[in-house]
Write a protein that binds this ligand. Structure first.
Ligand code: NDP
Length: 306
């Protein structure tokens, strides 16, 4: 059994930033990188909206840089997956990879959220080559091109209108005969001339070649088929926060996001802090995640010094 002062779970911008701050505060943090070291940003190409990179930077490179910065101050970064946590008493008991036991005085949860995908093999094949789940991150690369967005909620409508300001044409692929989004968002979509809403359509196949996505094959609920020519295929069918480990132990909202007190990172259990997308259903940006990692580190430091 190993004792640690600060255990950080998750390795996106939130987790690594929390590691930078807590290691600089001499709290000797231990961070487990989890299933996807570097988090969602490792699945994007270029990041152009993170301040400090005037020429933009590759998502994986940026995460490698932030990781190196955390190591510079002595954070111990480990590969491994947290398989169980017991938050019923402090210090907290945590199991890594099903066997190793750690006792942690404090915990920073930065396990992120995962975009939902349709689950088509062709969609997986072209991920990062035209298939994206983040219009704000990748929309810019499709300027003056035709793209499609899948989904009928607020995110899909927001992404479709954002993309419509950059792209020549946006198809919004909606499986139902109506949009689930708020009336205001729906009106925005219907009033944008270069958005075509395809109600009652499902994607059967993402089409492409060595250059990336070239189209999509759609099935309508009346049995008809339609092929559209597109360069970008954006998923906006929701995200799910990675909070399964904490269900029943921490207060979560209806969608499973960790609830925090006001603008802080404090969760319903004293000594447990949350940062990044795991507690943020709204903004979901690298910069907001990094900022919340800093907040969690400062909250954690104050808690330990108290
Ligand atoms: P939602 O769960 O609201 O919507 C998901 C959409 O994707 C639905 O239209 C759903 O269809 C569709 N969908 C789900 N699975 C599939 C599938 N397998 N194939 C095709 N379509 C699918 O998620 P959002 O991300 O849009 O929103 C999450 C929350 O965040 C909501 O509460 C929303 O209001 C909020 N939000 C608010 C914003 C704002 O106020 N500006 C902006 C963005 C989000 P169906 O309707 O048939 O289930």
């Amino acid at each position: 059994m190993e004792n640690v002062r600060v255990l950080i779970i998750g390795s996106g911008p939130a987790g690594y930033t929390a590691a930078i701050y807590t290691s600089r505060a001499n709290l000797q943090p231990v961070l487990y990188e989890g299933i996807e070291p570097g988090g969602q940003l490792t699945t994007t190409t270029e990041v152009e909206n993170f301040p400090g990179y005037p020429e933009g930077i590759d998502g994986p490179q940026m995460m490698a840089d932030i990781r190196k910065q955390a190591q510079r101050f002595g954070a111990e970064l480990r590969s491994g997956i947290i398989t169980k946590v017991d938050l019923s008493s402090r210090p907290f008991h945590v199991i890594v990879d099903g066997s190793k036991e750690i006792v942690a005085e404090s915990l920073i949860i930065a396990t992120g959220a995962s975009a939902k995908y349709l689950g088509l093999p062709s969609e997986t094949k072209f991920r990062g080559q035209g298939v994206s789940a983040c219009a704000t991150c990748d929309g810019f690369f499709y300027r003056k091109k035709d793209v499609a967005v899948v989904g009928g909620g607020d995110t899909a409508c927001e992404e479709a209108t954002y993309l419509a300001s950059l792209c020549r044409k946006v198809y919004l692929i909606v499986r139902k005969p109506f949009l689930r989004a708020s009336k205001a968002m729906q009106e925005r979509v219907f009033n944008t001339p270069n958005i075509e809403v395809l109600f009652e359509h499902n994607t059967a196949e993402v089409l492409g070649d060595e250059s990336g996505v070239t189209g999509a094959l759609l099935h309508k609920t009346d049995g008809s088929e339609r092929k559209i020519e597109i360069s970008g295929f954006f998923l906006a069918i929701g995200h799910h926060p990675n909070t399964e480990l904490f269900a029943g132990q921490l207060e979560l909202d209806a969608e499973g996001y960790i609830k925090v007190e006001g603008g802080s990172s404090r969760t319903s259990v004293e000594g447990v802090f949350a940062a990044g997308d795991v507690k943020d259903p709204h903004y979901r940006q690298a910069i907001t995640a990094a900022g919340s990692g800093c907040i969690a580190a400062l909250d954690c430091e104050r808690f330990l010094l108290r």
